[in-house]
Design a binder for this molecule. Structure first.
Ligand code: ASP
Length: 318
């Protein structure tokens, strides 16, 4: 009973061993999420376990595999919501391997919705969330490559041109990138269980080479994640576009007004693309009947789910 679908981020792919590892990671986590859903018949447990599995993989931009910011640091965001009213998120944590576990704790044990920064880290460690290990080598390599491109003026994307111009103006950034000590693809899961409960979870290291302190869409309900009583949705892409558009909240509203999941999702991605151009976001969503959709305006989006007959599907251009 039920349905779960995972994403490993929207963006562009280069053919590399990391791409294959990422696909393998999402596939294994889809199987894991499906097993948890079958065992527990609980959409919340299933999406949290699926996202935790992707945070642990080291190859996706969340948890262990999180990208580095402009100064070579990391800050992680995550959010969780269910159709039963559970909602929690964490922003800008730096020391936790599994931010999604703290988002769940916030949802279940506090009167708050979003916890941020150092105190969130302290709480996470206190409740036994494992510490974040140092970044894997491929994360450093990607960082170095990005910084070199920025310093040589080779970035084409408007988003990164604006970041490059900040390096000139902000002294501590200039120092960080000119002396690098070594110097996006968020993850998410949506599910519906046999009782018709919907849940969505998203986790990220944010956009690569972001300004230290930047928080994206991932911990913002309605933007990077949302579950109403009609749909559960997890988004990925440039957080600054996603926060302006609130695609996950809009999706639930449009379905409530009578649109099918597919019609609503198509309308949202078309509108986002009309307003902001292509190449900036994607999302996955499920409805109460187990219907699901994947929409993106980027070159590719990594998605995985298990079919009813038990075959695992993993697609990078669904
Ligand atoms: N949406 C994430 C952020 O802006 C990044 C991503 O999806 O890759 O923080």
């Amino acid at each position: 009973m039920g349905r779960i679908i995972l994403h490993g981020g929207a963006g562009s792919w280069r053919d590399s061993p990391i791409r294959l590892k990422s696909m393998e990671a999402v596939k294994n986590c889809a199987l894991h999420g499906k097993t948890v859903l079958e065992k527990t018949n609980n959409a919340v447990e299933a999406v949290v376990e699926a996202v935790k599995c992707m945070e642990d993989s080291g190859y996706l931009n969340a948890g262990v595999g999180s990208v580095l910011d402009l100064a070579g640091g990391r800050s992680l965001d995550a959010g969780l919501m269910s159709s039963t009213g559970l909602i929690g998120a964490v922003a800008a944590v730096r020391r936790l391997r599994n931010p999604i576990l703290l988002a769940k704790y916030v949802a279940e044990n506090t009167p708050h919705i979003i916890l941020a920064g150092e105190s969130a880290d302290e709480l996470g460690l206190m409740i036994g969330i494992p510490p974040l290990p140092p970044p894997p080598r491929h994360v450093y390599e990607r960082y170095m490559e990005g910084v070199r491109k920025i310093l040589r003026g080779e970035v084409k994307d408007e988003y990164y041109k604006r970041i490059a111009s900040l390096i000139e103006r902000i002294k501590y950034l200039r120092e960080a990138v000119s002396n690098p000590f070594t110097l996006g693809d968020t993850v998410g899961a949506v599910a519906v269980d046999g009782n018709g409960v919907l849940a969505a979870a998203t986790s990220t290291g944010g956009v690569s080479l972001k300004l230290p302190g930047r928080v994206g869409d991932t911990p913002i309900p309605g933007a990077g994640f949302y579950s109403g009583v009609h749909t559960a949705c997890s988004a990925t892409g440039y957080g600054e576009v996603i926060i302006r558009e609130m695609p996950c909240r809009r999706l639930d509203e449009l379905v409530e007004k009578g649109l099918s999941l597919e019609e609503a999702a198509t309308m949202i991605i078309k509108e986002v693309t009309r307003r902001h151009g292509p190449g900036n976001m994607g999302f996955i969503a499920v409805d109460r009947n187990g219907g699901f959709t994947v929409k993106y305006n980027t070159e590719a989006m990594l998605v995985s789910y298990v079919e009813e007959e038990g075959n695992v599907v993993v697609l990078d251009k669904p």
